[in-house]
Each structure stands twice: as C-alpha cells, then as structure tokens.
Design a protein around this ligand. Structure first.
Ligand code: FES
Ligand SMILES: [Fe+2]
Length: 444
C-alpha cells in the first residue's frame, strides 16, 4: 500500500498524521488522544486476548483487560472458545479474575450465586420467583454479554464490536505470509511482562524497526557503526497491508552485515548475543547445534547453510515438526494494532503492548518466547505470566530497548518538540500503524 494517501483531507481528529514522515508528539501523551483510541480503536479492533494453550481444558478461563474493559475468554468445549464481558448480569460483579477453571462447567457469581453454563446461558437465579419480575428473568436478557472471538496461529483474538468483520478477513494478507512459520505448532517457553512508563505505541515501536540496532544493541551489531554495519539485513524491505499489518521480506543482499567479518563469525556472534541477551530467538537447542558445528572444519561462508542443514537433521531426529524454511517472509511481522513477531529457528518471540488502564503514559508490555516442541516434550504446562519484572532484571537486549523508550517518553514532552521524524525506509511498520490508527479514529 502507499504510505502517502490523502491524509490531510481525512484528518478529522486531533493530532492526526498529515505527513507520514512526521508523527505528532502528542499522540504519545495526550489524554484526549488516548480516550479516542479507547473509544474508536480498542472497542472495534481484533486483538490478541491469550494463547490457545492458556485454555487446555473445558471450563478453563483467562481474563483479558484492555483500558477499563475486562473480558473472560473461556473454553466451552474441545473445539470451541467463547468470550464474555466479565460482568454478572445481576449487578455486574466480575465473574473471574486472572486465570482459572470454572468447575462443573458452571460460571458462578461470587456475590449472590447466579450461574451460567459455559455457553453463556443462565442456569440459576437464587430465589428467582420471590425476588424478580418475569421481565427481569427473560432468558435472553440474562445471557452473558458476548464478545466476538476466534483464533489464528495458536492465539485467541477478541473483538468487542459485534459488527466487526471476521478475523479471517481482518488478517488477510498478513496471515498468508506468516502461516509458513507455523506459529500454531509453537508452545510457550516463558511469558513475562513489564509495566513501562511510556505510551503503548512507543513501547511497541522499539520492536517495529531494527534501525536502532547499530546504536542501542552493540552486541548485535558487533560494535560496528556507520558504513561498516548494514542494518538492512535485519529488517527493511517492508510489505505493509491495508489493515495496518506489515512484515519485512528477506534481505536482498547476501553480504555479511558487518564489514570485514566472515559469515561464520557474524552468524555465531549474532546467535550468542541473542542467546545471552534474550533467551528467546536463539535457545539452548540452537546453541547445542552450533556448538557441534564449531568442532567441524566448515568453510566460513558455508557456516549458516550448514547450521540450517544440521538444525533440520536434529529436528527430524528429535521429532520437532519444523516447517520448511519460509522463503517469502523473515517472520518479522506486525499484526495491527499491538502484536509483533521476531523470528528464530522454529522459535519466535511475540510482543504485545497495550495501555495500562486509561493512562496514556503507562503500558503493559508482554513477551512470549515460543518454540516448536520435540516429540518427547509431553503435554505443555498451562503458561503462567511472570512479573511485572523490573526493567533492570530483564536480559540485556530487552533492557536496552526498555531504557530507550523510557527516555523517549520523557523527550516527547519537550515544548519545542512538535513531531517525531520517521524514515519511510526503516520505520515503515511504525508509520503504517499510525496511519491505520487514524483510520479507526476518523471512523473510516
Ligand atoms: S452480582 Fe452477581 S449474583 Fe448478584
Ligand atoms: Fe531492540
């Protein structure tokens, strides 16, 4: 899609983008803007509520919160998930908190004991005949209020707008390029979160471009700078979709990103930096395979190819159903408005950023490290959210990113700062996200 539509003409709300290369600073701290997002974006957009593996058994539930909304996602049967506003139909008490199980397939309100089955139908009202008129007891009126729900790639999406088009349509384009990565085969290795003192978009944007790697992550750039480091190898050549989703295509050049380094040295150091700096993209599994290759005499420029060969051989032996290598996508992708994927080798790291209540300058930022398990992994445990983990306790690469966005949130308040300058080459995913937010806010 073009990143330069007729923006000025449809800028019908405050702080709208009129030039895609300039993002108004107020979008990151204005309470009015956050309120608009609350009403016109979050109430109408598909968003990831949880992972399918959060609900392994019938009756399992998890609560998803966005702004002041609480939604209960419930496994109704082996094949069906439901989502409800987390509010009793009597006097609106929340029916579940965090995660748990509705035993006996009954959702029971803790206040006066009204009950529902997992399908949302009311099954019991205490002292119904004595206490309530027949109109109050109308069956449809007593049903739990539903929220649209569907799943893709092992994740459960919800949408509070009953009129919103189906998820399949919403993900058109992006699902096709991300499907070969086989997200649905992946299971959670860990799931952690941090509360960051910055806008939800700002936190996310640190993971929507790689332009910052040269300065912010010297371990990934091997200390190289300027013309010695070609960051385009990590994320550029973006494909942006109308729905706000985007991904970066594989690099067009086969040059080593750091001038003067061999492919073997770059590849090994990059893996090491990711393993120690994130414990997500590169995991023990790949370090083990890499270690095995280091003991062999492999020509420098063949090292990456030999690594992938060894990975597939290992996967076959260990019963890890790795999909064939994805040729059309690096897996570095974004699902509008707040989910980002970074690729590994049969692994992925998934980020979700969302407002923390109604505060435009606080966000809940979560990281899932997921991986395709081997045949001997057994049934995975139901994932448990760790944290909030203080910034200083995260592995190095996350820390570097989090510290930058904290500093950025401070800077956007500067009275001389009207806008943030964007590169259409490196920051296209960010621009596309803002333009799509504006479409929601303008009611397009
Ligand atoms: S508020 Fe739920 S039963 Fe009364
Ligand atoms: Fe980063």
């Amino acid at each position: 899609m073009s990143l330069t539509p007729d923006l000025a003409a449809r800028a019908s709300h405050p702080h709208a983008i009129t030039d895609p290369k300039r993002v108004p600073a107020q979008r990151y701290y204005s309470a009015d803007f956050a309120q608009l997002e609350k009403e016109k974006l979050w109430q109408h957009v598909w968003q990831v509520a949880c992972r399918l593996e959060d609900l392994p058994e019938t009756g399992d539930y998890i609560e998803y919160e966005i702004n002041d909304q609480s939604i209960l996602v419930v496994r109704e049967s082996d094949s069906r998930i439901k989502a409800y506003h987390n509010a009793c139909r009597h006097r609106a008490t929340a029916l579940g908190n965090g995660a748990g199980t509705f035993h006996g397939r009954q959702i029971v309100c803790p206040y006066h004991g009204w009950r529902w089955d997992l399908n949302g139908e009311n099954t019991y009202v205490y002292a119904a005949q004595r206490g309530f008129t027949p109109a109050c007891l109308d069956k449809d009126n007593l049903r739990l209020r539903e929220v649209q729900v569907d799943s893709w790639g092992g994740m459960v999406f919800v949408n509070m707008d009953a009129e919103a088009p189906p998820l399949e349509q919403y993900l058109e384009g992006i699902a096709k390029v991300l499907d070969p990565i086989a997200f649905e085969r992946m299971r959670v290795r860990w799931w952690r979160h941090v509360i960051l003192p910055c806008n939800w978009k700002m936190a996310q944007e640190a993971f929507l471009e790689a332009y910052h790697v040269m300065q912010a992550h010297p371990s990934l750039a091997m200390g190289a700078a300027d013309d010695d480091y070609n960051v385009d190898s990590l994320a550029s050549n973006f494909e942006c979709f109308e729905g706000g989703h985007a991904h970066s295509r594989p690099p067009t050049s086969s040059e080593v990103p750091v001038k003067g380094m061999s492919w073997a040295d770059y590849f090994i150091q990059f893996n090491n930096a990711l393993y120690f700096g994130t414990d997500a993209f590169t995991t023990e599994r790949e370090m083990f395979i890499q270690q095995g290759l280091l003991e062999k005499d492999i020509p420098d420029d063949e090292f990456p190819a030999k690594f992938f060969e060894a990975l597939y051989t290992y996967a076959q032996g260990a019963g890890i159903p790795l999909p064939p290598p994805a040729t059309e996508t690096t897996g570095y992708g974004h699902i509008f408005p707040n989910l980002t994927f970074l690729p590994g080798y049969g692994n992925n790291i998934i980020y979700r950023s969302r407002p923390n209540g109604d505060d435009p300058e606080s966000c809940i930022f979560e990281v899932w490290a997921v991986q395709i398990p081997g045949a001997d992994a057994g049934e995975p445990e139901r994932p448990v959210l760790e944290g909030p983990i203080p910034v200083e306790e995260w592995p190095q690469i996350f820390r570097e990113d989090f510290q930058n966005v904290i500093g950025q949130q401070k800077g956007v308040h500067g009275s001389g700062i009207d806008d943030l300058i964007m590169s259409e080459h490196y920051e296209a995913m960010i621009i596309n996200n803002h333009l799509t937010i504006d479409r929601y806010l303008s009611g397009d």
